[in-house]
Design a binder for this molecule. Structure first.
Ligand code: ZN
Length: 326
């Protein structure tokens, strides 16, 4: 994601607005949902520790020793949770890629659910006024999404879901340059060029997490998610509201953002929701975005809890066949 992409996206808002005369809002009056009372309990402490651990390796820049070591740890952690893990390695547009794909529930028939986040961190803090050449620690931009999903992997190992779930950790999401088309999201683009172990058609829908740990986060209903997975968006935001997180998840439209789920939806045909923090006006990412200040001190367990708890309640209530994407 970059500023110029963002500007391009603003154009997109009007396009979306034209095709959708009532862009705002899931109805606040929707009937209350019956959430599965036997769902496991998400621990923000555990998710926070997973962020801390990723940061302990240093910046996770593709091709570096820190990146390799963190990847090895993620794979070991997923295997410890009982997942079948496939590491997809290769080069895409000259960049080394290591996507990590963890399958729960084997290759059982029926539609699968895809959960994802990017696990690399940005090599340059190009929004940092003081040290734009320094790497971004990536506590929120990268590690937070991985951490929430690792905690969910831990819960899946204790209480399996009745349908198969794959957790995909994309590499090389954040190597993009302003104005260079498709220079972000290299890992997900690589996977779409040769998907494994399952094709995109195996997935009923998916949920992507990006920047889900900063204090004072607001999760607007991201534009492409509303375009490609409107029913999912409505239900997810309704679950959040019902759990008491309506302020973090306002039923308000956000702008479309070029991110991994954009490629998965538009090119892979997988209806994806992107849970990604924007400020309440939908103009900016979190204040430390792409700076050297994206560190642990700006992570808030309350945000991790809201996102994790919502995701768990959603996954343990809905099966892939419960929802059609549109
Ligand atoms: Zn980023």
């Amino acid at each position: 994601m970059s500023l110029s992409y963002h500007i391009a996206c603003i154009v997109g808002i009007f396009l979306v607005g034209c095709s959708s005369p009532t862009p705002s809002a899931s109805p606040l009056s929707a009937a209350s949902l019956t959430l599965n009372p036997n769902r496991p309990t998400f621990s923000a402490d555990s998710a926070y520790a997973y962020i801390e651990k990723q940061l302990s390796f240093g910046p996770r820049i593709p091709g570096t020793a820190a990146h390799r070591a963190c990847g090895d740890w993620i794979v070991a952690e997923l295997r410890r949770c009982g997942a079948q893990v496939v590491e997809q390695q290769g080069h895409f547009k000259g960049t080394p890629i290591r996507n990590i794909i963890a399958s729960f529930g084997g290759d059982s028939p029926g539609k699968r659910i895809l959960l994802s986040a990017h696990w690399d961190s940005r090599p340059w803090a190009d929004r940092d006024p003081h040290t734009p050449q320094a790497p971004v620690p990536g506590a929120n931009d990268g590690a937070s999404g991985v951490a929430v999903l690792l905690e969910i992997a831990r819960l899946l190992s204790q209480k399996p879901l009745p349908y198969p779930v794959d957790i995909l950790f994309w590499d090389a999401e954040d190597l993009g340059r302003e104005g260079i088309e498709d220079s972000y999201c290299l890992g997900s683009q690589f996977w779409l060029s040769r998907p494994e172990p399952f094709p995109p058609a195996a997935y009923a829908w998916g949920i992507h997490l990006d920047m889900v740990g900063a204090a004072h986060s607001t999760f607007l209903q991201e534009g492409y998610s509303r375009q490609y997975a409107s029913t999912l968006v409505e239900k997810l935001w309704q679950v959040a509201r019902q759990l008491g997180y309506g302020q973090l998840f306002p039923a308000l439209p956000g702008d479309p953002i070029i991110d991994d789920p954009y490629y998965l939806s538009s090119r892979g045909g997988i209806p994806m929701v992107n849970i990604i923090a924007r400020d309440p006006l939908g103009k900016n990412f979190f204040p430390q975005w792409h700076t050297t200040q994206d560190d642990l001190s700006h992570i808030d367990k309350a945000t991790l809890q809201a996102v994790g708890e919502t995701l768990v309640a959603f996954l343990y209530t809905y099966t892939p066949t419960h929802l059609t994407a549109q």
